[in-house]
Design a protein around this ligand. Structure first.
Ligand SMILES: Nc1ncnc2c1ncn2[C@@H]1O[C@H](COP(=O)(O)OP(=O)(O)O)[C@@H](O)[C@H]1O
Ligand SMILES: [Mg+2]
Length: 471
């Protein structure tokens, strides 16, 4: 059971949710900070107003300024539901004019005409927001500078900040939750076709090689499904081919095995030693035939293009190999009084090949030529250099009809009336080996108009990619 690993889903969620949440958080912070800052500015302006109001109540009598703030006015000015207010007026040189002596002068020098600073401070053990405003009036044509300071505890401001937090952050949090849900649902919906596809594939029987339905599959995944379908199709073809082959092979083996069984039964009943000897000799021939058939079946399986994972093709001399094999066939040809000849070229003819397989190819072609020729016939092996190097085996046996020329290379296909022993596998093996060597093979009637000529065209050494499998 494969591990359930929704990596794609997790990745999508991380990439969508991560930045989204970060943005929403940043947005909340910025909104909160600007709201609080605007609210504080409004309160600061009110504080400045009060400072101006206090300044309006400074009187000058006899060169000594003093604050003339009637208690009723002071109550109105300094009254606030939530906060306590304090004020102080001092002259430029630091002399106090009136107000709360505990108020410290501001750290920052308040410079210039009517300029204002706001700052946080502590007063009587409380946090306060202060305004320090420099104001001037003229006395006897001479300007007199004064510093008016008003402080206010920060209860109002704190309450407002709390209220802003609630009114800004709560909707933002809600937005975050909703966005998370939307992204999760969206990603899951978006990936649903993949889940459906996964189920369709995993629920499949291993025997079902029909194409996967790609109708509801997203466009991005369709090429993958197409590739999988292509693979299934190739698998189907290969499996079908192998099933047919196994059935054919079983059928081919059944007859000789049954024959041998009958021969053994007969031999067991034989009492005459001379007859027994003959039976066993016949049994030997049958076993030999069977062994050859099994050998050919194995060879066919070994050289089947799909089964060959890496054939090592190496440069070799076709001329020398063909000559060597022809020589090996001379005794067999002599038995049948067949004139086995070799026509070569000067020097070497290099091709890229696998010696064992090429040997099998040449052996099969010479075997056929010798086997299907009449006694006293003629077989010629011919090698020639060219754009494609040529190996040709011609005989003067019975002509293979034109309509049989392609079918003859199919497995188990024999010509009607072929009396000599055989299984119909030899040429199938030849054509597989030729394909492994990127070689093509033709069957034509022999040049002299009698018999057949099998010709294999090999690409010269180095002209195909090494190592090669058929394309
Ligand atoms: N050189 C040849 N001359 C005449 N007929 C041939 C020749 N080579 C092959 N054939 C025919 O092609 C058939 C298939 O050959 P092959 O695949 O080698 O199988 P097998 O030799 O086992 O029958 C043979 O049965 C024979 O009828
Ligand atoms: Mg043969």
């Amino acid at each position: 059971m494969p591990r359930h690993d929704p990596a794609l889903q997790r990745k999508l969620l991380t990439w969508l949710l991560g930045p989204l949440l970060a943005l929403l958080l940043l947005d909340s912070l910025v909104t909160y900070a600007t709201s609080v800052s605007f609210a504080n500015q409004a309160y600061d302006r009110a504080l400045h107003e009060i400072a101006r109001e206090v300044f309006l109540h400074v009187r000058h009598e006899g060169g000594r300024p003093r604050i003339d703030l009637p208690p009723a006015t002071e109550r109105v000015l300094m009254m606030d539901q939530d906060d306590r207010l304090f004020y102080k007026v001092s002259l430029d040189d630091g002399r106090e004019v009136g107000g709360d002596a505990a108020i410290r002068p501001p750290d920052t020098a308040v410079a210039g005409h009517q300029s204002v600073v706001f700052y946080d401070d502590t007063l009587h053990g409380m946090d306060v927001r202060m305004v320090a405003a420099r104001m001037a009036f003229t006395e006897g044509g001479k300007p007199v500078q004064m510093l008016v300071q008003v402080g206010e505890t920060i209860n109002k401001r704190q309450r407002l900040a709390t209220e802003i937090r609630a009114s800004v952050l709560v909707p933002q949090l809600l937005l975050i939750v909703l966005a998370t849900i939307a992204v999760c649902v969206g990603v899951r919906q978006g990936l649903k076709p993949l889940q459906t596809l996964k189920r369709a594939v995993s629920n499949r029987s291993h025997l079902d090689l029909s194409p996967v339905d790609d109708r509801d599959v997203p466009g991005e995944v369709r090429p993958l499904v197409a590739e999988v379908n292509g693979l299934l199709q190739r698998l189907d073809a290969t499996l079908g081919f192998q099933n047919r082959f196994i059935a054919d092979a079983a059928h081919q083996l059944k007859t000789p095995v049954a024959g041998m069984k009958a021969q053994i039964e007969l031999a067991l009943r034989e009492t005459d030693s001379g007859k027994l000897q003959r039976s066993v000799a016949q049994l030997y021939v049958s076993a030999d035939r069977l062994s050859r058939l099994v050998g050919q079946l194995l060879s066919l399986a070994r050289n089947e293009p799909g089964a060959v994972d890496s054939v090592k093709l190496q440069p070799l001399d076709l001329h020398a190999l063909a000559l060597e094999i022809t020589m090996e066939w001379v005794p067999e040809a002599l038995k049948r009084q067949i004139d086995l000849g070799f026509e070569g070229a000067d020097g070497r003819i290099m091709i890229d090949g696998d010696t064992h397989r090429l040997r099998e190819l040449i052996n099969n072609l010479i075997d056929n030529a010798v086997r299907y020729s009449q006694d006293g016939g003629r077989v010629t092996v011919h090698v020639r250099r060219g754009a494609q190097h040529v190996l040709s085996i011609s005989d003067d046996g019975p002509r293979i009809p034109v309509e049989e020329r392609s079918r003859i290379f199919e497995r188990f296909h024999r010509l009607l009336g072929s009396h000599a022993d055989g299984s119909g596998l030899g040429l199938a093996i030849v054509s597989e080996i030729a394909a492994l060597h990127h070689a093509s093979i033709t069957l034509e009637e022999d040049n002299d108009g009698v018999g057949n000529a099998f010709t294999v065209f090999f690409p010269p050494s180095g002209s195909t990619g090494l190592p090669g499998t058929p394309s």
